[in-house]
Write a protein that binds this ligand. Structure first.
Ligand code: AHR
Length: 502
């Protein structure tokens, strides 16, 4: 049986996990908002129309920030359409997703939902078809207490207190030709700089995220970040970064190797933004907001295959039904985020419900946890604190994605308050178990307190309304002490959570 070793020391840390690493994302897209978050005639809906069953599952994930309202949607959005009396709101042709947008939910309702879900809104402004002045007006509407036209408009709409939204995105994926109002780096850099200035003059407490590259394969990647930051370096705190992984080729060994590329992408973006800082002789460090990440490929062909009608309200688009191997990859992506927590301060799983999401709903019916729900819920619950710089030794395997892929990928997180250590480990071998020996002598006398494993003989198994818990973590055998090390056997193709207490 192959064996791996992981050595951790109390004082060798990568950084502290910013809780916002466990963020989510809700876009006006498909059935995310309507039939996901809001469905007034659902049996669990509250007086505002919010589904109680979905709220309970979102609370279980404990996501400290939620990005809204897009995504591609935001680049054609007029926020004014979504405020004021609901019966007066316009129904619009929504060009990003070829749907009809009824504006039944807008900024105020979303902020209310966030409070109920125990999360904080992270709002994006439209720098596609609109610009700095509209962005500034939205900040005034949301955050100014009273006594100005737009703050008093908010009050007249029934929200007396300012929303106090701190975190804002300056547009979305502006480097992509698919984006409404797509711009060159020069055009976007200028617009983002002016928007940022006006937004911060309106509310100096804001933190701003400027658009980086939509993905690593963009032809402008690297140059885009440099040029955009040449314009916005002094105005922003974060640069955004997005990645979606998929198994289009049906090659599981390669799919499981893909999260490592996410880590390399982060390193490249860090190098690029620090290059801009160096050119300016600046000690300021632009941090990363990984505000869209997930597995996404099952639904790529949906519009054609499922004959989804154009210009429908809340059509069932981008509804990936996630299987076991998707959950393993999401686990691997979480490990990469944790092991880069010194520079990635915000990350949003895209998205939260129905649209490439950990939660699925049936209209008028159940809400259930998809397979990918579980690694996120476990990491969000247990992997908070200081990430330890583990020394991992393990055999490798070759696959089309990457020769020499380590069989194991892992992150170890210490909660300084309790002294508890959580190890998240993805075993990517498909046939044999792996022996993992953890040398935690540098962390004191660690005793195993709990272990869970997510695996299945059928890597394509999914959860459904009829079988919502078909795939879920199961309690596993605790590591045993042997020669001063903690030893455990990890089954093939498994996501493992091991918890220890001093
Ligand atoms: O999350 C789905 C879409 O993916 C978003 O709208 C867009 O930003 C990205 O391309």
């Amino acid at each position: 049986m192959p064996a791996a070793s992981l050595r951790i020391e109390r004082d060798y840390t990568i950084g502290t996990v910013d809780p916002r690493l466990y963020g989510g994302f809700a876009e006006h897209l498909g059935r995310c908002i309507y039939e996901g978050i809001w469905e007034p005639d659902h049996p669990t809906a509250d007086a505002h129309g919010f589904r109680g069953d979905v709220l309970a599952l979102v609370r279980e994930l404990d996501l400290p920030v939620m990005r809204y309202p897009g995504g591609n949607f935001v680049s054609g959005y007029s926020w004014e359409d979504g405020v004021g009396p609901r019966e007066q709101r316009p129904v619009r042709q929504e060009l990003a997703w070829k749907s009809r947008e009824p504006n039944w939910v807008g900024t105020n309702e979303f902020v209310d939902w966030c409070r109920l879900a125990g999360t904080a809104p992270m709002l994006a402004v439209n720098l596609g078809t609109r610009g700095p002045e509209d962005a500034r007006r939205l900040v005034e509407y949301c955050n100014h207490p009273s006594g100005t036209q737009l703050s008093d408009l908010r009050r007249s709409h029934g929200w007396e207190q300012p929303h106090g939204v701190k975190l804002w995105c300056l547009g979305n994926e502006m480097d992509g030709p698919w984006q409404m109002g797509h711009k060159t780096a020069q055009e976007y850099g200028r617009a983002a700089c002016e928007a940022a200035k006006l937004m911060k003059w309106t509310d100096p407490s804001l933190e701003l995220v400027v658009c980086g590259s939509s993905h690593r394969g963009m032809p402008t990647f690297g140059h885009w970040e440099r040029e955009v930051l040449d314009h916005t370096f002094d105005q922003v705190e974060y640069v955004s970064i997005h990645t979606y992984l998929g198994n289009q080729a049906g090659d599981t060994a390669s799919f499981l190797a893909k999260p490592d590329a996410m880590g390399r992408f982060i390193d490249e973006v860090v190098a690029t933004v620090d290059h801009v800082a160096a050119c300016r002789r600046s000690r300021k460090r632009i941090q990363l907001s990984f505000d869209e990440w997930n597995v996404w490929y099952h639904s790529h062909d949906d519009r054609r295959q499922r004959r989804i009608e154009d210009w429908a309200i809340a059509p069932p688009i981008l509804e990936d039904h996630y299987n076991v191997e998707d959950a393993l990859v999401v686990g691997g992506m979480l490990i990469e985020l944790l092991n880069h927590c010194d520079r990635v301060k915000i990350a949003c799983l895209a998205q939260v419900v129905n649209v490439i999401a950990p939660i699925l709903t049936a209209r008028g019916g159940a809400a259930w946890r998809q397979t990918i729900f579980h690694p996120l819920a476990q990491a969000s619950r247990w992997a908070r604190g200081e990430v330890l710089r583990g020394l991992l030794r393990c055999p490798t395997y070759d696959c089309a994605e990457q020769a020499g892929t380590p069989l194991l990928t892992a992150a170890a997180v210490l909660d300084p308050a309790s002294g508890e250590v959580t190890v998240l480990a993805l075993h990517r071998g498909l046939t044999e178990p792996l022996t993992l020996r953890i040398d935690a002598r540098g962390c004191g006398d660690l005793q195993p307190i709990a272990a869970w494993v997510l695996r299945d003989d059928d890597l394509l198994a999914v959860n459904t309304a009829a079988q919502p818990d078909r795939v879920a973590p199961q309690p596993a055998a605790l590591p045993v002490s042997q020669d001063g090390l903690l030893q455990v056997e990890l089954p093939p193709a498994s996501w493992n959570v091991l918890r220890f207490r001093r």
